[in-house]
Ligand binder design. Structure first.
Ligand code: BGC
Length: 372
C-alpha cells in the first residue's frame, strides 16, 4: 500500500518536472531522468484482482484459466489475487469488496450473471478501479474491456459439428435435443445463436426434426443429467444432442449409457476438457470446441498489466453490448472444432498432456488417434 502511494507521488513529481521542463533543454534532461525511476516503480504499483465463477460448470476455470493467468502475472512481476466465487453470487460481491479494500487497481471478473456482475463493476469504477470482463460480457456492465472468444462462432462450430457427425452416421430425419448453457450467461445466448443458425436451416428443410430444447441453470452438470433424462423419457427417439459444453455433454452421455445409446447418438461439447476428449476417444462424444485458454488469459492479463501500470492499453476491436448499446473495447479469439482425428492438436498445443489423457482404457484409442 505504502509503496503504491510513494510511486504515485514519484510519478506525479515526474509529471510536474516534465511540465516545468517545457522549453528548457537542461530541465528537459532532468525531467526524463526523473521519469524513468518513476516509470519502473509504476510498473509494479498496481494490483490485479481476478474473480473466477465456479469450479463445477467447467473444469477450465481452475485447471486452465487460473494457471495461465497466474503465469502471466508472475512473469510481469505484477501483484495479483485470483479467487473463485464457487457459484455464490453473494460471495462474488464479498470477494470484489475485499479485493478493492486490499488495494486492487484492476478488477477482472467472470460474472455469474449480468445483474450481480454490474453491481461489482459499478462499485469498482466508483473507486477508480479499472475493469475487465473476462470470457463473459456483463450486459449493461460498462467494463473498460472485454476479452473472450468469438462465441457465436463457437456455437456455429457446434452446430456444424453435429451435422457432420449425423451425416457420417447417415442419420435419417434425426430428432435433435438441445441442452443449452445457463440462461444468465450471455455466452450461452451467443452459443445458441450460433448453433441454432445452423440447425434451423435443417429443421426448416425437414432434414432434421426439432426436439426438446432447454437451458441448464448455472450450467449445473447434475441438473443437466436430470433434464436430459426427462427429455429422453418423453422423446426416446432423440438421435442427436447439441450440448453446449463438455460438462453438459457428459451428463447426456451418462444417461445415454444407461440406455445403451452412447456412441449411437452424437453429442457435442465445448472446452476440450480431459473428460470431453476422452469421451471423443471412446466414441461417445462427436466433437468439442477447443478454445486456447492460454491465448485468452495472455490477452486479458496483458490488458490488466497495462492498466496496473497506469497505461491505456489498446484492444483489437469492439463488441456491442446488446443491452446498453455501447461498443466495448474487446479482444476476441478464434475457436477450433475438435473431432477424433484432431484430438491430437489439443495435446500438441500443450492444453492437455498425453499422460492425463491416455490413461488406462484410453491408451489404445490415443495410439489410434495419432497422439504422440
Ligand atoms: C464459457 C465456457 C464454459 C461455461 C461454463 C461459458 O461462459 O465460455 O467455456 O464452459 O461458461 O463454465
Amino acid at each position: 500500500m505504502r509503496k503504491g502511494i510513494l510511486s504515485l507521488t514519484a510519478a506525479a513529481a515526474a509529471m510536474t518536472l516534465g511540465l516545468a521542463a517545457c522549453g528548457s533543454e537542461d530541465a528537459d534532461t532532468s525531467a526524463s531522468s526523473g521519469a524513468s525511476p518513476a516509470e519502473s516503480s509504476a510498473a509494479v504499483a498496481g494490483k490485479v484482482g481476478v474473480i473466477l465463477p465456479d469450479s463445477k460448470s467447467s473444469a477450465r476455470w481452475e485447471t486452465a484459466d487460473r494457471k495461465y493467468l497466474e503465469e502471466a502475472f508472475k512473469a510481469a512481476g505484477v501483484a495479483y489475487d485470483i479467487q473463485n466465487a464457487q457459484g455464490d453470487k453473494t460471495q462474488f460481491q464479498t470477494i470484489a469488496d475485499q479485493m478493492i479494500t486490499n488495494g486492487a487497481t484492476v478488477l477482472m471478473i467472470v460474472n455469474l450473471d449480468s445483474g450481480t456482475g454490474k453491481a461489482v463493476l459499478d462499485k469498482a469504477k466508483a473507486q477508480g478501479v479499472a475493469t475487465i470482463d473476462y470470457d463473459r460480457l456483463t450486459l449493461n456492465g460498462g467494463a473498460s474491456y472485454y476479452v473472450s472468444f468469438d462465441n457465436t462462432k463457437v456455437g456455429t462450430l457446434q452446430g456444424e459439428g453435429l451435422v457432420k457427425c449425423l451425416t457420417d452416421k447417415k442419420a435419417d430425419k434425426p430428432i435433435i435435443a438441445e441442452l443449452n448453457g445457463s440462461p444468465t450467461d450471455n455466452n450461452a445466448t451467443l452459443f445458441k445463436n450460433g448453433y441454432d443458425g445452423v440447425l434451423k436451416a435443417k429443421y426448416d428443410s425437414g432434414d432434421y426434426v426439432k426436439g426438446p430444447d432447454q437451458s441448464v441453470p448455472d450450467w449445473d452438470n447434475a441438473q443437466a443429467g436430470t433434464i436430459f433424462e426427462q427429455m429422453l423419457t418423453e422423446q426416446p427417439k432423440i438421435a442427436g444432442v447439441l450440448a453446449a459444453n463438455d460438462g453438459l455433454g457428459n451428463a447426456a452421455i451418462s444417461v445415454l449409457k444407461k440406455n445403451s445409446l452412447n456412441g449411437k447418438v452424437p453429442v457435442t461439447g465445448q472446452d476440450a476438457t480431459v473428460q470431453g476428449l476422452q469421451n471423443i476417444l471412446a466414441g461417445d462424444q462427436c466433437m468439442t470446441v477447443y478454445k486456447a485458454i492460454k491465448k485468452e488469459a495472455d490477452a486479458a492479463s496483458a490488458l490488466a498489466i497495462g492498466l496496473a501500470k497506469g497505461e491505456k492499453p489498446a484492444a483489437t476491436g469492439t463488441v456491442k453490448d446488446t443491452e446498453s448499446g455501447a461498443d466495448v473495447p474487446a479482444v476476441l479469439l478464434d475457436p477450433q472444432p475438435i473431432f477424433f482425428d484432431s484430438v491430437k492438436d489439443v495435446v500438441a498445443d500443450g492444453f492437455v498432456t498425453k499422460d492425463e489423457l491416455c490413461t488406462g482404457e484410453f491408451a489404445d484409442k490415443c495410439t489410434e488417434a495419432g497422439i504422440q
